[in-house]
Design a protein around this ligand. Structure first.
Ligand SMILES: C[S@@+](CC[C@H](N)C(=O)[O-])C[C@H]1O[C@@H](n2cnc3c(N)ncnc32)[C@H](O)[C@@H]1O
Length: 348
């Protein structure tokens, strides 16, 4: 099964929705347009926009940057066409509801950026989405660590992503990691080459994705889905979910190391890296305002569709999943220590 068939963030605005639980965007400062004269009309696209208010954060930042740039250069702002992409199962209804606010927020400014069209583009960003040479700016935040599918060689070889038997898990750790790394290389290369075709000459792209910290041996050897796998393993050992089902469960998610991202961009050859930022996603989080329960709800919002599709739709299983994740995060020296060991440390 491909990611297209299994993944969507939890819809709406309820306690378990993605909109209520996603991390703050960290790449908006990279959206500054740098060429002095902008074209009269521009097309910008956010790939993997998700649902709710977050869906518009990146395009809003890009529109703000265009507005400020034109004001500084005393240049009339361009007409802008905005495209929002995600998988077909995304909650595009909630995206559509937030669009009215985007149009209105630019109407109040002097000499506003004129949004001439907004399009929602359901489809995978691992396929062609736009005509050749039609986009000026592409952004994608927190999405490219989702692979097009889990590695075939693991599924075909019946090698579990996270073996319940510890010594097997340890002995296969490198093989599992390598299979995921190969799939990421294939997918990210494809993404770059497709976007290179869709961008105009001189077009720009800003992306952020989860990564692992190469200097931290624990982060280096673990996978992005570790905290989910540990919780499900615990639930299988208590008989809440089926052990055999756990063996055939693969999450199509990979958090690359910094040098992997650089190498793939260089090898693919269509893009030059202008700037790369690395940040610890937990550094701005205050223990007084962030609780293990909140983090467990975020993890549920992101992984629920994938877990439900494999183990069956059950509110009890998902409640137990969130509770188990919360317990793991509360154990020992606290959620920071658990996430530092079991979850990727950095995003690009
Ligand atoms: C964690 S959300 C990020 C949402 C938003 N960009 C943000 O930064 O808050 C990841 C999004 O990527 C989407 N996604 C994953 N694989 C995709 C693909 N192949 N094509 C398009 N969207 C994809 C998911 O459906 C999900 O909405």
């Amino acid at each position: 099964m491909t990611t297209k068939e299994i993944l969507h963030m939890n819809a709406g605005h309820g306690e378990t929705s993605y909109a209520r639980n996603s991390a703050v965007q960290a790449i908006t400062d990279l959206c500054e347009p740098t060429s002095t004269i902008l074209p009269k009309s521009m097309a910008i696209a956010d790939l993997g926009c998700s649902s709710g208010p977050n869906a518009l954060t990146l395009v809003s930042a890009a529109l703000d940057a265009i507005h400020h740039h034109c004001a500084q250069q005393q240049q009339p702002p361009p007409e802008v066409c905005v495209f929002l992409n995600d998988l077909p199962s995304n909650d595009f209804n909630s995206v559509a509801k937030s669009l009215a606010t985007l149009k209105h927020s630019y109407g109040d400014l002097d000499d506003p950026v004129v949004i001439t069209g907004i399009g929602m583009i359901p489809g995978s960003f691992y396929e062609r989405l736009f005509p050749c040479g039609s986009l000026h700016f592409v952004c994608s935040s927190n999405s490219l660590h989702w692979l097009s599918k889990a590695p075939d060689d693991l599924k075909e070889g019946k090698i579990p992503m996270y073996d319940m038997v510890e010594h097997l898990r340890v002995s296969r750790r490198a093989a599992v990691g390598d299979a995921y790394a190969r799939q990421f290389r294939k997918d990210f290369t494809q993404f770059l080459s497709l976007r290179a075709q869709e961008l105009v000459t001189g077009g720009r792209m800003v992306i952020s994705l989860y990564g692992r910290c190469s200097e931290n041996p624990i982060s280096r050897s673990n996978q992005a889905w570790q905290v989910v796998a540990v919780a499900l393993n615990d639930m299988a050992s208590r008989g809440i979910i089926d052990k055999e089902k756990l063996d055939s469960f693969y999450i199509p998610l990979y958090a690359p190391l910094e040098n992997e991202v650089n190498e793939i961009i260089e090898d693919e050859g269509s893009f030059e890296i202008n700037k790369m930022l690395v940040r610890n996603p937990f550094s701005g989080m205050d223990d007084a305002t962030v609780s293990p329960k909140m983090i467990a709800l975020s993890i549920r919002a992101v992984f629920e569709s994938t877990v439900v599709l494999h183990f069956g739709s059950s509110e009890e299983i998902m409640d137990e999943f969130a509770k188990t994740v919360e317990q793991k995060l509360s154990s020992g020296s606290g959620w920071r220590a658990v996430l530092a060991a079991e979850y990727p440390l950095k995003s690009y």
